[in-house]
Structures are given as structure tokens and as C-alpha cells.
Design a protein around this ligand. Structure first.
Ligand code: SF4
Length: 62
């Protein structure tokens, strides 16, 4: 699985970071960024974070 954040869309609400603190962080720009790719066991919560993002800034590909 691969996760990507479109920082042009991200409004830095912090939701994905709170849901998946090992996958997402706020980077130096103040927007969410991917720390590392989701591992087995983290895929469902990463998908949930993508679905929950209020501006659809997270893309998840299998
Ligand atoms: S949930 Fe979406 S808008 Fe909020 S910090 Fe994460 S990528 Fe940005």
C-alpha cells in the first residue's frame, strides 16, 4: 500500500496524524506528509484516515 498527501489541498486539520501517528506527520510546511508507507495491520486505519480527510487530500493505492 502507498499513501500520498496532496499538500495543496491539506488544511492541516491534524485528523490523519491523530488517527495514524506512525504514518502521517505535519512537516516543515505545516501540512501533512507521509512518514513511511503503511505496513500490514495499518492498512485499514490508513484507508479510514483517507476517507475521513475533510478535503480528500489523502490518496491510498494498493
Ligand atoms: S486529514 Fe487531510 S486536511 Fe487534515 S491534516 Fe490530514 S491530509 Fe491534511
Amino acid at each position: 500500500m502507498k499513501a500520498e498527501v496532496n499538500q495543496d489541498l491539506c488544511i492541516a486539520c491534524g485528523l490523519c496524524i491523530s488517527m495514524c501517528p506512525d504514518i502521517f506527520e505535519l512537516d516543515d510546511t505545516g501540512k501533512a506528509a507521509v512518514i513511511r508507507e503503511p505496513e500490514a495491520g495499518e492498512e485499514d486505519i490508513t484507508r479510514d484516515a483517507a476517507i475521513s480527510c475533510p478535503v480528500d487530500a489523502i490518496a491510498v493505492t494498493e
